[in-house]
Design a protein around this ligand. Structure first.
Ligand code: ADP
Length: 541
């Protein structure tokens, strides 16, 4: 079972005490049955049988205390495992390749981490219940064997049929669960579209309704599939009930007629079988939860495998040979190329081979039409994509994969599609005065302020958000600044300020600036302008 594999692989806490206490509690519950049946057969109205009463009370206490401990322990182990996996996957995501993340739906990751892990937690509690029930079952069957051989044999046959029935359905149920997960993920994808595409849908009722029909259809498909699988589970649960009541019927009505069992024994046997029904029911109803948990575990491991495969450039054990490139004079692209590919590996768009040397303190503008590969070049340049061929060099250093983390530290970036964090992460000290000055400079002082290390408000216009991102980039104080059409969303005053003051200041501080730009009025502020077309540099006209 995958839950066991998961436990063996992931748990640092031993489940042995949980297992042992569950056994003790199960055995005690079995013994309780013996005590009840025997005490009942000796009960009189004259006096209370203290011996049986004491045994009953002690055994019952053992059942409760043992089970409580086992359940608590199981919960601790399960939550420990879930926490560990969540943190580990989060860590792997932040260390994976950008390209993988760009090509993976976030719904896939969210469903795995949110939904799948909670199914694992749920199953952990049931595993203890099921385990304890199994002990009670074994004990009760043993007790039954002592009472009546024919009743024992018939019960065993009934259980064997129930198990066979379950096993015969198991494969198709597992397949349906995989399908259900896919439909659920698709559902969350559509839900995300409603939220992310809210404006586009709200403005156009026809579009809104059309999209909603698809959304509805996805929800219905997911629910249909869940109902289909659920029905199978219900059939299983009901079959087990039918088996047991048929069994009881045979024992009560048929066995005495065949002379195999006396009337008084029938009552005792019936009591034992009624006692068995509870644990069996519990085990059978736990089956769907185990099946879902197993499916969830498989999905989580598949996601992790994909992350590992995508991050073959990252290995936490292989520390970067250097942590920082303190200074540089020259950054070189030698015949560097990169391709986006489809699922089959067929190239969709290729950048390069590119040769480029950037010198320290230079202001370089990259220009070119839409889709000419400028952003891709910036991602290659900043070490966010790995080239498929060619050499990346910084002075005498060849930037091979292990050097990438240190290489990336050279840059401060503001991409066109950027993310603004509400907190100033990664700064050893925050110069509040400087932040205040920068906020004034960017005319944001009435919009947001720094409270501790967080900005009080980041609900700003695109241009304002880019200006706040600029403040963060300047505070990061790296050697190379990369701006992807930063000025495009600014009004003329800020645009002018960007080209005429900011870039000049950065240069004066010895910083290097690489900026994608469309403002040909300001091209003369660059030391060099490179034009891209179809992923290659072309002579600028
Ligand atoms: P630019 O910044 O010059 O507008 P980009 O570098 O963003 O151009 O894109 C260059 C080409 O690469 C475009 O044709 C675009 O469709 C394609 N492209 C960009 N990102 C991806 C991706 N993650 N997967 C596949 N193709 C992509």
């Amino acid at each position: 079972m995958d839950l066991i594999t998961l436990y063996k692989k992931e748990s640092e806490i031993s489940g042995l005490t949980a297992l042992i206490t569950a056994i003790i509690s199960g055995v005690a519950q079995g013994a309780l049955l013996g005590i009840i049946v025997t005490a009942a057969s000796t009960a009189t109205h004259k006096s209370l049988n203290f011996r049986y009463f004491l045994m009953f009370a002690i055994t019952f206490a053992i059942v409760i205390i043992g089970k409580r401990h086992a359940l608590k322990q199981a919960m601790i182990i399960a939550e420990e495992i879930v926490k560990k996996i969540r943190i580990r996957i989060g860590d792997k995501i932040r260390n994976t390749d950008l390209l993988f993340l760009e090509n993976t739906g976030r719904e896939d990751i969210f469903t795995r981490i949110a939904q799948d892990t909670s199914q694992i937690s749920e199953a952990a509690i049931l595993i203890i219940n099921a385990w304890q029930s199994a002990i009670v079952l074994v004990f009760s069957i043993f007790f039954l064997a002592m009472l009546s051989k024919p009743a024992f044999v018939i019960t065993l046959i009934a259980i064997a049929i129930a198990v066979a029935l379950y096993l015969s359905h198991q494969k198709s149920i597992a397949e349906e669960l995989v399908e259900t997960t896919k439909k659920e993920t698709r559902f969350f994808e559509m839900l995300n579209q409603i939220i992310d595409g809210f404006k586009e849908l709200r403005i156009n009722q026809k579009k809104n309704d059309h999209h909603f029909r698809y959304f509805e259809k996805t929800a219905i498909r997911a629910s249909d599939l869940k109902i289909k699988t659920g029905f199978k589970f219900i059939t299983l649960v009901m079959s087990s009930q039918v088996f047991f009541y048929t069994l009881l019927g045979i024992i009560i009505f048929i066995l005495p007629r065949l002379g195999h069992i006396s009337g008084e024994l029938v009552i005792r046997v019936t009591a034992v079988i009624l006692f068995i029904i509870g644990p069996v029911n519990l085990m059978v109803t736990a089956i769907p939860i185990f099946a879902r948990a197993n499916n969830a575990i498989r999905n989580l491991y598949i996601l992790e495998e994909r992350l590992d495969k995508a991050s073959n450039n990252f290995n936490p054990e292989h520390k970067s040979p250097i942590t920082k490139i303190a200074n540089f004079n020259e950054l070189r692209f030698e015949s560097i190329s990169f391709s986006y590919t489809d699922r089959n590996g067929t190239p969709l768009f290729t950048v390069g081979p590119l040769d480029l040397t950037i010198t320290r303190g230079e202001i370089l503008f990259i220009v070119g039409g839409n889709g000419s590969g400028k952003t891709t070049l910036l991602k290659l340049l900043t070490g966010l994509y790995y080239p498929i061929s060619g050499t990346l060099g910084v002075d005498d250093l060849t930037i091979s994969t292990p050097f990438y983390p240190a290489y990336r530290e050279l840059f401060s970036i503001i991409f066109n599609e950027f993310y603004l964090f509400d907190r100033l992460y990664g700064l050893d000290t925050i110069d509040e005065e400087k932040v205040g000055e920068l906020l004034k400079l960017m005319i944001l002082e009435n919009k947001t302020e720094l409270v501790g290390d967080a900005f009080s408000n980041i609900q700003l216009s695109t241009g304002q958000r880019k200006r706040l991102a600029m403040i963060v980039a300047l505070l990061d104080n790296k050697q190379i600044y990369v701006f992807d059409e930063w000025a495009a969303d600014q009004d003329p005053i800020f645009r002018k300020y960007f080209y005429e003051v900011l870039l000049k200041d950065l240069k004066a501080q010895g910083k290097t600036v690489i900026a994608v730009s469309h403002d040909d009025r300001y091209f003369h502020y660059a030391d060099r302008v490179l034009k891209m077309e179809f992923g290659k540099f072309v002579e600028r006209i």
